[in-house]
Structure formats: C-alpha cells, structure tokens
Design a protein around this ligand. Sequence first.
Ligand SMILES: NC(=O)c1ccc[n+]([C@@H]2O[C@H](COP(=O)([O-])OP(=O)(O)OC[C@H]3O[C@@H](n4cnc5c(N)ncnc54)[C@H](O)[C@@H]3O)[C@@H](O)[C@H]2O)c1
Length: 256
Amino acid sequence: MLLRDKVCIITGAASLRGIGYATAELFAEHAAKVVVADLTMNEQVAAEIRTSIGKKVGQPAELHTVRCDIGSFDDCRTLFESAASRFGRVDCLINCAAVVKSQSFLSITEKDYDFVVDVNLKGAFNLGKAAVEHFVANKGGNIVNVASVAAQRGGGLVGGAHYAASKGGVISLTKSIAREYGPEGVRANVICPSMTETGMLDGMTEEKFQEIVSAIPMRRAGKPRDIAGACLFLASDLSAYITGTTIDVNGGSHIH
Ligand SMILES: NC(=O)c1ccc[n+]([C@@H]2O[C@H](COP(=O)([O-])OP(=O)(O)OC[C@H]3O[C@@H](n4cnc5c(N)ncnc54)[C@H](O)[C@@H]3O)[C@@H](O)[C@H]2O)c1
C-alpha cells in the first residue's frame, strides 16, 4: 500500500475510460483517500465511479466527488476546501483535466485558442495556486500535472498547436512551482503520455490508429493504467527526492 491515508485530489476523472479515473482506482487500491473532481461531475457520474472503484477494491472506497471547473480559480480553491473539510487535509494533486482540439495551425481561431489554453494552462495555474496555498500552510504537498508528448514534439497527432502549446506551458509552470516552493516541502512533477486509449481518441480512424501504433517501439498505444502507474510513483514517497521533472510514458515513441 503506497498511499495509505494520503488524501489525493484527482481532476479530470469523470470518464471510466479515462486516465483520471484509472488513477483514482489505482490510488484507492493503494489505500488513498480519493477526491475525484471534474467539470461533468453529477450524482450519476459520482455513483458510477463509487460503484466501479468499490468493486475493484472489494469494499466501499474512501471517496469524495466534487464538480469543479478548473478554469475558475474560485472553483479550484473551493475544491481544496471541500477535500480538506471531508478528509482533514490534502497531500497530493493529480491534474488530468484537459480539453483537446484537432486542428491545423491556420484553422485555429482566437476562440479555439482561448478555449484550449484557458482550460489546460490557466486551469493548471488555478489548481497549482490553490494547491500551493494549501500545501504551504500544511508544510508540504505534492503536485503531478499530466501534460503530453505533444508539448515535446509539437502537436499534430490528436491535438493542434494550441493544445501542444498549452501543455508546454504546463511543463514550465510545474517546474517553476518545483523551484519556488521546494524549500516549503512542495514537490511538483509532470507526466507526458503519448497516445493513450481513452475517450480522447474517439473519432480517430482505425487506419490512423494503426499507423501511429506501427511507429511506437512497444507496438501498442498506452492504457490509462500505464499513466496511472507513473502517477502512483510520483504521488508516493518512493519519489520523495524527485521534483521539477518530466516522466515520459510513451512506449518509446519519443526517445530524446
Ligand atoms: N488520451 C491521450 O491520447 C492523451 C495523450 C497525452 C496526454 N493526455 C492527457 O491526459 C489527460 C487525461 O485525458 P484522457 O485521455 O483521460 O481524456 P478524458 O477526456 O477522459 O479526460 C479529460 C477530463 O477532463 C475533464 N474536463 C474538461 N474540461 C474541464 C474543466 N474545465 N474542469 C474540470 N474538468 C474538465 C473532462 O470532463 C474529462 O473527464 C489530459 O490532460 C490529456 O491532455 C491524453
């Protein structure tokens, strides 16, 4: 049990097919107290998550669900307050919430750009600020932001330039938090997944999918659980001396 009694907020975890949910499930298996947050959270989604995690761990999970728009700082601060009032404190934030748009550079309008950057980058800023406020007061805490290989290689596969740029910003933002708040006991790291089998791939043709897979050294796409495993490592004390780093979870598709 790598997370016994650690209180972990996971954003972007509403879809049972997603990376956020897989992380919530794995964290519950490791005895964490899990706070699941998403823009689309409602009673039905919360009940599905509760049932699914309960089945996996074999008993009712210590779970709290919150509707949160990470584009709003007030929502992010309320998320931390709600988690702390339910479980006493927060130890860790895993930020998986994001939006993606597949567009060529010249087709991106100002509105498209603002939509993607406001959720992905401003959302990471809002959550980071709410987290750091809480963690500094608590004398420590841990942030994991899920970015993307698109930040390292340029967009083009699933997300456009605005998506890639927003994720590049998330990497820089995370490194800045690591540098500035390391002395206060705050760790901050990034995970860069490559193509992962979640709802984000809906709409991709089988032909395109196979073409991408054929160029991956491990010859398969990522599974949500692959990314969740890296989140578990970074959330646990196994990574106690790791901060400001980026972990690639990409089957070797971007070796650099
Ligand atoms: N699937 C991939 O191929 C892939 C590759 C690289 C990186 N990623 C990243 O992994 C993370 C998880 O994505 P996923 O593939 O599980 O897709 P997903 O669509 O299942 O997860 C994204 C979640 O974010 C939520 N969300 C969107 N806007 C929000 C907002 N304003 N506030 C709160 N929640 C909001 C959505 O409702 C959704 O549940 C994302 O950061 C994504 O960019 C995914």
